[in-house]
Design a binder for this molecule. Structure first.
Ligand SMILES: Cc1cc2nc3c(=O)[nH]c(=O)nc-3n(C[C@H](O)[C@H](O)[C@H](O)COP(=O)(O)O)c2cc1C
Length: 322
């Protein structure tokens, strides 16, 4: 599939997930077959004003074949300056957030609030596309703002006119946040409004849900966010190659990757959040999770990862568990 000038392999991508789509999560998703992965959302203004926190979020590694950054903002000029910022030079693709439902973001006219002002959304995408060229700009959006409304077909068409090379649509409205059924018909109408590739998003966690979403919406691909947490190998399953992976070993790898980028204390705390997902469904996971949460340093966290690894082996491979 082509996203502007980028030729990607496969149709399943991992979108931005604030607090989770760090270097480790992205590297593992790519390893297991994600076609694209994104940094978490980065404030265009924060970047332009030089916030240190923002710089941390822009870390990438060589394990990422395509480096994709997601920016958010409500002012075309800040978006333009952010795209032109030296820290954004290394990225192969720039994604614009038009879906975030969080009060603070929406209150600033950012994220999903842009769906209520399609001319502004269009200006923002045009500013990004012009500054990013020849690199592609993509847009991630929801179906609308208030319950029942369908703004995304018009928003996607405006984004395409402004130069967007692909659209990802989460099949919910801002007012839904993350609950209620995903409206696949709304995604289909969005897909039908544009000629660039469209990725369906929302509650896709396995082959059955992916196939259903693609069949109903006619989308070119799908974006898997929460379904990839603790299960970066979901992309392998979706690509038809089911794998059995020891989550404890994944924790160790994921942790070692973020330890190379972040200070030990920060990386340990980041990994605790991921641990919740990696230990899901593993028998005895609760005790192991408690050990992870008590971790004060990398060595404690790795010990918890080893416990998780052994627990998994006991359950699955009849290892010596005495
Ligand atoms: C904790 C969390 C953080 C998120 N952060 C972002 C973000 O930074 N940018 C974005 O476009 N979407 C963000 N999302 C939305 C997801 O990318 C995705 O659209 C949504 O979770 C629905 O897909 P899923 O059911 O596959 O998780 C976030 C979602 C969650 C749960």
């Amino acid at each position: 599939m082509k996203i502007g000038g980028l030729e990607i392999e496969g149709k399943y991508i991992m979108p931005a997930i604030a607090g989770y789509s760090d270097v480790g999560q992205r590297a593992l998703a790519y390893r297991y077959g994600a076609a694209l992965t994104f940094t978490e959302m980065i404030s265009a203004k924060g970047l332009v004003y030089g916030s240190n926190h923002t710089a941390d979020l822009l870390a990438t590694t060589e394990a990422e074949p395509f480096k994709c950054v997601q920016l958010f903002g409500s002012e075309p000029e800040f978006i333009r300056r952010a795209v032109l910022h030296p820290a954004i030079k290394k990225f192969d693709l720039i994604d614009i957030n038009c879906g975030c439902p969080v009060h603070k973001i929406v209150g600033n006219g950012e994220g999903s609030a842009l769906l209520k002002d399609i001319p502004l959304l269009k200006e923002i995408v045009a500013a990004a596309a012009e500054a990013a060229a020849p690199r592609p700009v993509t847009v991630k959006m929801r179906l609308g703002f208030s319950k029942g409304e369908l703004l995304s077909p018009a928003a996607a068409a405006a984004a395409e006119e402004a130069g967007a090379a692909a659209i990802t649509v989460h099949g919910r409205r801002r007012e839904d946040f993350y609950s209620g059924a995903v409206d696949l018909d709304g995604i289909r109408e969005t897909k039908n409004a544009v000629s660039v590739p469209v990725f369906a998003n929302g509650d896709i966690v396995d082959i059955a849900s992916a196939e259903r979403a693609l069949e109903v919406t006619g989308c070119d691909g799908a974006a898997i966010a929460r379904g990839a947490l603790g299960r970066p190998y979901v992309f392998s399953e979706l690509n038809g190659i089911p794998v059995r992976v020891n989550p404890g070993e994944l924790v160790k790898e994921h942790f070692s990757m973020i330890l190379k980028v972040y200070p030990e204390r920060v990386a340990t705390d980041m990994m605790k959040k991921h641990f919740v997902y990696y230990s899901k469904g593993v028998r005895g996971g609760k005790a192991v999770k408690a050990a992870a949460f008590a971790a004060k340093n990398a060595s404690d966290l790795n010990e918890a990862a080893e416990m998780l690894s052994r627990q998994f082996l006991c359950e699955n491979e009849a290892a010596d568990c005495r």
